[in-house]
Design a protein around this ligand. Sequence first.
Ligand code: F6R
Length: 605
Amino acid sequence: MCGIIGISAKADVSNDIMTCLKSLSYRGYDSAGMAMVGDGQISERKIKGKVSNLEDYIKNNPISGNCGIGHTRWATHGEPNTINAHPHTISKISIVHNGIIENYHELKTTLKDNGVNFISDTDTEIISQLINIELMNNKQPLDAFIHAISKLEGAYAIAAIFSDYNNLMIASKVGSPLVFMKSKNKTIISSDAYSIAEFGNNITYLEDGDIITSQNNKIHIFDRALNKIKRPSKRISKRTKDGLNGHEHFMMKEIKEQPDVLSYALSNYLDFTEFDIKENKFDFDFSNVERIIISACGTAYFAGMVAKYWLENIANIKVDLEIASEFRYKKMFFDEKSISLFISQSGETADTLAALKYAKQNKQRVISIVNAEESSISNESDLVLPIFAGQEIGVASTKAFTCQLATIASLVLYLGGLKGAITKEQKETYIQELMHIPSQILQSLEFEQTIKKISKDIYKSSSALFIGRGSTLPLAFEGALKLKEISYIHAEGIASGELKHGAIALVDKNLPVIVLAPDDLFYVKNLSNMNEVYARSGKITMIGKVDNEHLKGLAINGIDIDITGKFNIPIIMAVPLQLLAYHVAKLKNKDIDQPRNLAKSVTVE
Ligand code: F6R
């Protein structure tokens, strides 16, 4: 995951930037760099590989200055190489950036048509180029910065320095995290509170749309409407130092990390410049594959259910899906035209590993989708597709689930193209839709306050039902699992159409029923099922395409997730379910990160 640092101070800041880059490196990265202002010019050092490579490089080619920026890059647009590494310096401006600029293609095309030459393949360079154009039009740095970022769509945290202003740093954020710390002698901004915790005790979190300027250690903060404002600072708690980054629980931290980690997961497999698949990531002979056998446990199994839905409906490939603890003892129908796919966050789950070994004993070729790349399941696999969620500490899986789905979506697109089930144009459209996932996740995170209120209607219940169809049926199971594992409320996921075959007997005025009804081909069917629940006085919370009519009539609560896109729907709709489970558990005062009886890595049968 990219990390950004900016420091402006009364003395040389190069060593401090290096210290912060080292602290940021736990996030994972493939190149690093820094830029400093001194004597009316910007000097930049960047290199592919580890921060230690950068440190050696700078030892031999020192730079210094009282104002500088630093970056650890995890490649999204463009290969991990030195040219694409940050900072991106154009003439009198240098910037570092974390996030994805979604309208990068349009902006780049327009700039190119106007004669701008690009040096790198990154989306970030667009920002440097835009600011540079404004500076060349004699705008002051802050104006130039504001003008440039007003053209950006997507999620980002940016920090900029200017060669003509040897102590000026400007930064802003939308979606991606950004904090700052001010002491007597320096101002530090960072995408990660943890990375600067050793420099002081007080930290301020910026909000979306905020712009901060720091010059000669005087700071100003502006909100989205450019009003001068103050943001409250917090004492850095032991939790921040421990990596909680200001959150009360790892589960919430991990839920909130999803825009970031999903953009990395997706851009590992998809090329958002050409709207194509990075085929080299799928180095495996799929030519004779006619059937895929998928196996996993728990949340990973529900990701497998979504995989089955997508592989069959989009890539036209037959899928058999088995819970790993059943798979390992079952007669499985392996043949030379089938391969086995195992999904596991930890890569160590005993049942999944045993199922994998059973498949291998039967001469199956094996693919795995894992978070822990150094794990038993990875080691045993012929092809490993990492999900890049970063370490997941909360026992209830959140970001790993959505990153599993993002990785599966990429595999489905690759196979769909290979098997001729989707055209080049369809593939491009799907990739364009997937590019919006990080910002759509951000929008769904904005429902947190509404979800907190909804939690009050649920936390006293002894039971809850989640219903869905198509790609949201696995989410009904996942939503129920999340709720039961951390709040200890009994919950069940059920196919909306199955209600009338039994479970509807449970419905009364005390039963919360969470209806997953996105804008897909099952919408009207889901509404009919919702009516069935309403007729029996069930307490409906509707998540999906919710309009006032539904709220006035059928549902007591609604979360309007206004998205389409076969891949986007289940990924985005997972977020309100995670938030709901979290807030219900919080109201019940449960141990959210370490629920009773559960372990993060289930290495026993
Ligand atoms: C639920 C959860 C578990 C895991 C399951 C498989 O929130 O985390 O259901 O999904 O134990 O674990 P992995 O993915 O490590 O194989």
